[in-house]
Ligand binder design. Structure first.
Ligand code: ADP
Ligand code: MG
Length: 686
């Protein structure tokens, strides 16, 4: 029998070789595998008539082969073209490196072809379709096939098989949620939920299964949050501060005036730091609203009072960027910071030196990633912790710090636009400062949503911007070929782009699977203008500030949630030059275009996120990439807002009636979620 902690090697069909591939996906145990939920499902629909096909849609057609396949060779590819027709129209099929098909697809034969419909010139084609005999396809019709996030070497079928094999020998945990809770929230039991998410009978049961799993995820999070709330409520200010001349001097010396919102946030923070209680504050402001300077001011006040401050970022790239920005300001304005950097990619020796400086108080500002709260770090007088762009991280970190006997002030910076009702649930007892306006002098970003035929124009546009001394980002949804079907990948794309752009333009690529030190180096090179065009995954979604970049081009924009696209857009328009966003969608269906159009009409993060929610149907719950800050595995704070509210009410009621979950009927639940929360890693290791 397999249990949650059994190694994947014990699953039939997974050997020494394939286990490495699963590890690449972050899967080590049977529990990990069963919690690796599909991103969506593919349905084998009945074949469509050829006069009703839409570019961007994956579908099946029943067609008769019209001609002997025509073969064409380029230096790397053998391209095969064949025409098929039904009683309504015809279609061209294109195959790559499959010369043997000339012997299979013979004129007059009938097959079902299934694939992505695309536009070529004025006609429609299907590239690399799969094909079936009509009888074979008939058997598949109506089935939902799970689609997982892949890595090169693993197919959907392989993962599906592994899940199936694991499931057969797996003893699912007994139901831990009380019966009346299940019925109150309208949830299925855990066993059918886990089964149906991987092997759904139909869409309705997949959605119901998803509801249960999302509930569990929100529940675990909120339970921890509510308990922390008690932990942090009304703690006296152990680090009282007074305002010194340092911050006033800094503000006066800046090359710009603080906006109204920045001033207000800074005043509220100052009041907290001087006040009787420990600060617990969130600064919420859209991307580019200038949150960093507010954090720097709070940290400066802290060190000027003789204490230590820490600034934590979700990624190393972002931590390094903060460190560099700060070093520049320290020199320029002779600020009282003695900063030290602490990130995972530093050598053991460098880390040891940093630890010593932190423990002795020689360093009064520590900038880094989650390495900052690891056990080895001993602080001298840690009075303020600022967490940038990662709220979930913030919640957990407070607990970790408290465990070490530390009770610093906590400041969280967030660009995730969420409505107030949700903020109250997700941010718990944090007080909120809002920065509403953008710094003056910013030109609104110009946006366009286009199909892939626009690409050559976009490249020309990028080349022109580079010629003017600016830089550009290009975002692709996947790292390497094979993670997703029909989506652009960073590695190959950078290669293609290099060939398409004029020589002399420096193109580099960046993705989350690269070594941290390589990522840092590339970001530094980009910031130093040694790189003109950066092809990247959403690693750069969070916080990166290179004001000289004026173009953000996103490939397969339809795969992203609007909130995330908005975050990506926030990487440009940070300087005085006019900036542009180009969203390329390979799916031209009406709904997709309408959704993306919202980006076209608004540069306001709140508006974009709420419209996204309004326009999504239940089927869209799967498969759209969400914004990272709340990094729930399956839940989505926007799309599942109602369930989040309901979960929050249930948790609140539980806290009232049985705060410790000590009642016998709550024991199984407590044990389950304690285990889940102990395992949870709340920071993204991108
Ligand atoms: P975010 O809120 O997304 O973290 P940043 O703090 O990175 O934004 O600020 C974006 C850019 O705006 C930075 O280059 C910063 O120096 C600049 N900036 C911040 N505040 C102002 C202001 N009041 N006026 C002009 N520029 C500002
Ligand atoms: Mg920022």
């Amino acid at each position: 029998m397999l249990s949650e902690d059994s190694s994947l090697l014990q699953v039939k069909g997974i050997g020494e070789k394939s286990v490495k591939l699963y590890q690449k996906l972050g899967l080590y145990t049977v529990g990990d595998l069963l919690q690796y939920f599909p991103k969506g499902y593919e349905r084998f629909e009945a074949p469509k008539k050829m006069d009703s096909l839409i570019s961007g849609e994956t579908c099946a057609v029943l067609g008769r082969v019209l001609n002997v396949p025509v073969m064409r060779k380029t230096n790397r590819l053998t391209i095969l073209t064949v025409n098929v027709r039904d009683d309504a129209g015809s279609l061209s099929l294109v195959f790559f490196n499959m010369a043997f098909l000339t012997k299979v697809l013979k004129p007059g034969m009938v097959f079902v072809f299934r694939g992505l419909v695309q536009t070529r010139g004025i006609s429609l084609i299907m590239e690399q379709p799969k094909f079936y005999s009509p009888e074979e396809y008939h058997k598949l019709t109506g089935l939902l096939m799970p689609r997982y996030a892949l890595t090169k070497g693993l197919t959907h079928q392989a993962i599906q098989k592994a899940v199936q094999n694991a499931w057969k020998d797996y003893a699912v945990e007994e139901e831990y949620l009380p019966k009346e809770l299940l019925s109150r929230a309208g949830l299925p039991e855990i066993e059918p939920a886990l089964r149906e998410i991987h092997f759904p009978q139909d869409e309705a049961s997949a959605l119901l299964a998803r509801r249960r799993l999302v509930f569990d995820e929100f529940f675990a999070f909120l339970l921890q949050l509510r308990r922390n709330k008690d932990l942090s409520a009304q703690i006296p200010n152990e680090w009282p501060m007074i305002e010194t001349a340092d911050t006033v001097r800094y503000v006066d010396a800046l090359p710009f005036r603080l906006t109204k919102g920045q001033k207000q946030a800074w005043a509220e923070i100052r009041e907290d730091l001087e006040g009787p209680l420990c600060m617990n504050r969130l600064v919420q402001g859209d991307v580019g609203s200038g949150k960093t300077i507010v954090a720097f001011l709070a940290l400066l006040m802290t060190v000027a009072n003789g204490y230590q401050g820490a600034l934590m970022a979700p990624t190393e790239v972002l931590a390094v960027q903060h460190y560099e920005t700060l070093l520049r300001d320290v020199k320029k304005y002779s600020l009282a910071f003695r900063p030290v950097l602490l990130v995972g990619s530093m050598t053991a020796k460098e880390k040891r030196e940093a630890y010593e400086k932190i423990a002795s108080g020689e360093a009064n500002l520590i900038i880094g990633t989650h390495a900052l709260i690891q056990e080895k770090v001993q602080y001298h007088k840690l009075a303020l912790v600022v967490t940038d762009e990662q709220h979930r991280f913030g919640v957990r970190q407070r607990e970790t710090l408290a465990d070490k006997g530390l009770r610093p002030h906590v400041l969280v910076m967030s660009a995730t636009p969420i409505p107030r009702t949700l903020a109250i649930i997700l941010y718990g007892d944090l007080k909120i400062s809002l920065i509403k306006e953008m710094p003056v002098g910013r030109l609104p970003i110009k946006n366009c949503v286009v199909n892939s035929s626009y690409r050559p124009k976009a490249y020309k546009f990028i080349a022109d911007q580079v010629a003017k001394g600016h830089q550009a980002y290009v975002i692709c949804p996947q790292v390497e070929e094979g993670e997703m079907e029909d989506a652009e990948n960073v590695v190959d794309y950078a290669e293609k782009l290099r060939a398409a752009l004029p020589p002399g333009i420096v193109v580099a690529h960046l993705h989350g699977k690269m070594k941290a030190s390589d990522k840092n180096r590339i970001m530094e090179d980009f910031a130093a203008k040694n790189i003109d065009v950066l092809v990247s995954t959403t690693v750069i979604e969070v916080g990166i500030n290179v004001p000289n970049s004026t173009v953000m081009m996103v490939e397969n924009a339809e795969r992203f949630g609007l909130a995330q696209l908005h975050q990506l857009r926030g990487r440009v328009g940070r300087g005085e030059a006019q900036s542009y966003c180009i969203f390329i969608s390979t799916n031209e269906s009406k709904e997709t275009m309408r959704r993306l159009e919202i980006l076209n009409t608004s540069n306001d993060g709140f508006f974009v996120a709420s419209e996204d929610l309004r326009l999504r149907g239940p089927g869209d719950l799967f498969g759209i990439r969400q914004s990272g800050e709340f990094a729930f595995r399956i839940g989505d704070v926007y799309a599942d807002a109602e369930l989040l509210k309901q979960t929050s009410e249930i948790v609140d009621d539980l806290m009232k009636t049985d705060h410790e979950l000590a009642l016998p009927e709550h024991r199984a639940m407590r044990e389950h979620f304690d285990r889940v929360n102990a395992k949870a890693v709340d920071f993204r290791t991108i």
